[in-house]
Structure formats: C-alpha cells, structure tokens
Design a protein around this ligand. Structure first.
Ligand SMILES: Cc1cc2nc3c(=O)[nH]c(=O)nc-3n(C[C@H](O)[C@H](O)[C@H](O)COP(=O)(O)OP(=O)(O)OC[C@H]3O[C@@H](n4cnc5c(N)ncnc54)[C@H](O)[C@@H]3O)c2cc1C
Length: 405
C-alpha cells in the first residue's frame, strides 16, 4: 500500500461514466465520489465504446465476461427505403488493438463501479456517496458545498457532473449552457422475445457470419440506429429526428417519449425499420445539445471532464469514450507523490493533453450531425474513424505533441 503522504485527497463530482472512470483511474489516491442521485434508476439505453476507450478500460481490468457486450464486426449503412449504401467489415482488434463494444449502459456503469470500489491489496477502494448533491465549489481553496450544508475540502476536485455542470461556471467565470441543436433522440431497448413472431429480424441482433454489427438507416434529416447489447438479449435503438416532430423534448435521461410520434417520424422508412420500431413499448426522448469548446477546463484545484467539459452530439458515439480518455489523462498527470501545491499546474497539463483532441471530436460530431460550418473542412467517415479510434493514451499523446509530463 502507498503511504498516506503520497496520496492526494480527490473528490469527484458525479458518478456517470466520467466520474466512475476517474474513480478507477485515480484509485491509488483517496477518492470520494459525490453523486446527487440514488443511482437506482435503470437507464434504458446502450452506449458503444470504440477501441480508443475500450483499450484504456481493459488496462484498468474491465471484464469482458461481466460486461457481456457484443462487438462490432461490421458497419452497415442503409438508405431510409432499405438499400445498402455500404457494408464494411470492422477489425477493431486487429487495426486498433481493442474491441469496439456495444454495451448496455447499466452494465458499463456497474463494471466501472466494481473496478472503482472492489477490494484489492495495493489500493483502497473509492467511496461512492449517493444522494450527495454539490451546490457550489470554490476552485481556489478546493472546497465543495453540499446541499446538505456539509463542506468538504480536497486537493483535487474532478467535476464530472455532466452537461448541466454546477462546476462549469466556477471554472470559466460565466454560465455557458449547451444550445439546442434542432434534433432530438429517441432511445429504446427492445427485448429479444419481441421478435418471436418475425424471426428474420433477429439478424439485427445476431448479425451475420462475421458476427454482430451496427446498422443505420439514413435520411436527410433523420436516422435510425440499431445494435445489440447485453449478450444480444436486447436490440438498442437510437432514432434521431428534427425537434419540431418531438414535442416535449427535454434534455434528461429519463424524459419519456411518445411512441406515436416516433412511429410517425419514420413512417416513410422501409419495412424492416418500421417493423423494429413497432416493437418499441416504451422510449425515452433526449433533446440533443451542441456546445463549442470552452475557453478552459481548469481553474485552481478543479478540472472539468466528460460532458461537463466537452458535451458533444452523439452522431459519432464518442462522448463516453472521451470521458474515459479524460480519466486516463488524470491518471498519467497525477501519479502517487504529486504534491498538493502542484495541483493547479498538473491540471493544466491534463487539459493541454486532452483539449485539442476532445475539441476536434466535438467539432466532428457537430459537423456530422448538422453539416460543416462555413470554411470548415469536410471530413469523411473513414477519416473520423481513424482519428477517433487510433488513440493510444495520454502518455503517447504528450510525447508526440511535445508536452512535458
Ligand atoms: C442519445 C445519446 C446517445 C449517445 N451514445 C453514445 C455512444 O454510443 N457512445 C459514447 O461514447 N457516448 C454516447 N453518448 C454520449 C455519452 O452518453 C455522454 O458523453 C456520457 O454519458 C457523459 O458522461 P458524464 O459522466 O460526463 O456525464 P453524465 O452521464 O451526465 O453524468 C453526470 C453525473 O453527475 C451527476 N451530477 C450532476 N450534477 C451533480 C451535482 N451537482 N452533484 C452531484 N452529482 C451531480 C449526475 O446525476 C450524473 O450521474 C450519447 C449521448 C446521447 C444523448
């Protein structure tokens, strides 16, 4: 066990993917995670993690067996009326050294939480406190003010409190909220048994001879995405539509969507797409927001990570992956023995490593969703994939970009 003198007191705000990944990454220190919710509500959605993120999580000990996530072996894009635009084999393990995983969100959260809080001989488990809302933070003194009236001080505060971050205003000096993008996303999980009466649709769960895969049906202003998760016992659906067709669209994981409106938005799509959507028995609706890069992610003892730092549109499925990369960068810049006095400088190094890449992916995601802004380069999907997936961690990035660790 490292000595107490070598360890930092780290407080993480938020137990989403970013917060739990940080608790895993910084386990060598004393880590307290403060989460406002009771972490009881099951989020009915999946999240895919590209090899850039799964590679990091596997190094932390992520168990593929526990996760039970199918992998992407092909990517199949179709038109709204059904014909194939392209179907390409995906060799993520061979090309990028790690799998592209199709996870149930609950499985991924549970696995990150297990890694953060399990007993081991070398490090102390992180403590996750639920029903602990942080109201305000003071970046200079490292003080957190909780809704209960309690105050806590820390050497480092990692603000992983999502798109509505309370820490963001304290860091950037103004409240810069993400703007509606004009699109909303329905999300649903359809159980395998819902396909009993039409078994030919099981191919969207089971894939083909090459294995499981990722399917999309694309129209100009809307798209449907379908892929299996949780051992292919569920088909995950993400259906992106113009906001005007999705009444009461809110930005919250648990806001319910209308199945009638969902079906109406895809009434011109091919039979398979409609047959899949008819099997949705409840769905959530999320208003998609876009954000330009913040002027900074860090001030004093606080750093913003994940959606709090770089909320992005989901059209490339990289928001969660970028959060995992942020956490790994903190692991690299805050080794045991880091002195409390050096924290503000160390957090600036973390930002220096992560800012360019996360901002570029944020921009790519916006461009893919809404089209490039005037003067912006049009990047094709192959280029996106190579850039997104070909990341080998903060140390390699720092070395190749002349950043002193
Ligand atoms: C429709 C959709 C599909 C997506 N698909 C993908 C995908 O396939 N792959 C991918 O990588 N990404 C995807 N994303 C993006 C991804 O979901 C997010 O980037 C990721 O969940 C962000 O994690 P986070 O931990 O930063 O934030 P969050 O998940 O928002 O977690 C923040 C946590 O902080 C807590 N919290 C907030 N405020 C406080 C407070 N004041 N005090 C204490 N706790 C607080 C919240 O309760 C929450 O638990 C998708 C997003 C959407 C909307």
């Amino acid at each position: 066990m490292p000595s107490a003198a070598e360890k930092l007191n780290v407080v993480v705000v938020g137990a989403g993917i970013a917060g739990l990944a940080t608790a895993v990454a910084l386990r060598e220190h004393n880590v307290l995670v403060l989460e406002q919710s009771r972490l009881k509500e099951e989020v009915g959605a999946a999240i895919h993690l590209g090899p850039n993120a799964s590679k990091i999580a596997l190094k932390w000990g992520l168990s593929l067996e526990k996760l039970n996530s199918p992998e992407v072996n092909f990517y199949h894009e179709m038109g709204a009326d059904g014909p194939t635009h392209f179907k390409i084999p995906i060799r993520a393990r061979e090309e990028f050294g790690a799998p592209w995983l199709l996870n149930h969100r609950v499985d991924l959260h549970a696995e990150l939480r297990r890694l953060a809080t399990r007993e081991d001989d070398l490090t102390a488990p992180a403590v996750v406190r639920t029903a602990s809302r942080v109201e305000r933070i003071d970046p200079d003194s490292g003080t957190l003010y909780l809704a209960t009236g309690e105050t806590i001080t820390a050497d480092v505060i990692v603000a992983a409190d999502g798109i509505h971050s309370v820490a963001r205003a304290a860091v950037i000096g103004s409240d810069l909220s993400a703007k509606p993008s004009g699109h909303s996303a329905y999300r649903a999980l359809i159980p395998r048994s819902a396909f009993d009466d039409q078994p030919d649709l099981l191919r969207y769960l089971d894939g083909d001879a090459s294995g499981t895969g990722f399917c999309t049906w694309m129209a100009k202003d809307r798209r449907l995405v379908a892929y299996p998760c949780h051992g292919a016992t569920y088909l995950n659906i993400v259906a992106i539509v113009p906001d005007r067709e999705a009444k009461d669209s809110k930005e919250a994981w648990h806001a319910a969507g209308s199945i009638d409106e969902l079906l109406a938005s895809f009434s011109e799509f091919c039979d398979d797409a409609k047959a899949i959507l008819r099997r949705v028995d409840s769905c959530a609706l999320w208003q998609l927001r876009e954000q330009d890069p913040l002027s900074t992610w860090t001030k004093g003892r606080v750093i913003l990570i994940g959606d709090a730092a770089h909320a992005m549109l989901p059209h490339q499925g990289q928001g969660g992956g970028q959060a995992i990369e942020d956490a790994e960068a903190l692991q690299v810049v805050l080794p045991l023995g880091t002195t409390p006095a050096s924290i503000p400088e160390r957090l600036k190094v973390a930002q220096e490593i992560r800012y360019e890449r996360a901002s570029l992916i944020q921009g790519y995601s916006r461009s893919k969703a809404l089209g490039p802004r005037e003067g912006e380069k049009v990047v094709n999907a192959q280029e996106y994939a190579a850039y997104n997936f070909g990341y080998n961690g903060a140390r390699e990035w720092a070395e190749s970009h002349g950043i002193q660790l």
